[in-house]
Ligand binder design. Sequence first.
Ligand SMILES: CC/C=C\CCC/C=C/C(=O)SCCNC(=O)CCNC(=O)[C@H](O)C(C)(C)COP(=O)(O)OP(=O)(O)OC[C@H]1O[C@@H](n2cnc3c(N)ncnc32)[C@H](O)[C@@H]1OP(=O)(O)O
Length: 311
Amino acid sequence: MAAVAPTLARRIARPGMLPLCSRPQAWGRAARQSPGLPRAPSLLLTQRRAFSNNKILVELDEGSGIATMKLKSPPVNSLSLDFLTEFCISLEKLENNRGCRGVIFTSAIPKIFSSGLDITEMCRKSTEHYAEFWRAVQEMWLRVYGSNMVTVAAINGSSPAGGCLLALSCDYRIMAENPKFSIGLNEAQLGIVAPFWFKDTFVNVVGHRVAERSLQLGCLHSAPEALRIGLVDELVPEEKLQDKAAAVIAQWLALPDHARQLTKSMMRKLVLDRLVAHREEDIQNFISFITKESIQKSLHMYMEMLKKKKG
Ligand SMILES: CC/C=C\CCC/C=C/C(=O)SCCNC(=O)CCNC(=O)[C@H](O)C(C)(C)COP(=O)(O)OP(=O)(O)OC[C@H]1O[C@@H](n2cnc3c(N)ncnc32)[C@H](O)[C@@H]1OP(=O)(O)O
């Protein structure tokens, strides 16, 4: 894993290279193993494979074909460049493993699913750094939103902004029914703007009106409210979250893979293609926005506010 990471990091970062996700993902790929094929009962019970790098723990149950990607980057699972690189490597490994047909994303950090993009990656850095970071953010979204596998977010904590985007990019969202946990695209509260593909993903889940209001106000919705507006699909007690997520994936995998995958592609292709077609422009747009002095000040003030809240 350590030997692969720098290569992939470079591939994500180099503007001249074909983006990894320009390869067909949810479309044009051979279907995975068809459902309903008998599996040896012993496999169902025993075969588990785990691999881990620094920030993500991956466990694959070979009997069911369901993997769990546990985010474990203390203190708050912020999406740093290193984290995003590891995330994409882990997901690519699963995507290339024909024995894996579904993934659960969850957190190993109590009370926090992900705190969103690492704000320090957006403060006082070089243009080259911003380009590399933003390409990695795009890559994460392209890979999850375009995945051939069934993807479920088991949201066991708060999930603002980029963390919410990760959940929104899945096929299904289950949240722990703790009213203290919140989720939403709160970028406006930081004085920044959710990019068009964050917005498109949000609109595709909750509809235009709810998305517009929530985005303009930078809302963080409590778990019950998230359920009410359709931002998450169901709430369950935290201790039942993982079992429920696996049960949902099994249900989705009961359908023929090719039909599910082509349908997913049909629903998502337009939005995915829009970013793929405008990837470099989107990076330049991010750079010109984030390097504005007023934006840097806003981010600085927000970080100070987080620190004060703590003290
Ligand atoms: C053209 C387009 C331009 C721009 C688009 C950019 C899109 C941006 C998307 C984003 O995702 S921006 C990030 C938004 N995230 C947030 O607003 C979350 C902020 N964090 C919190 O609300 C809380 O930290 C919490 C996640 C609810 C956890 O609270 P808790 O009380 O448990 O921890 P604490 O606040 O003390 O934080 C611990 C530690 O972690 C630091 N931290 C928190 N979040 C981030 C983050 N996103 N990035 C970097 N660092 C983060 C926090 O400052 C503390 O640090 P310290 O221990 O050094 O004080």
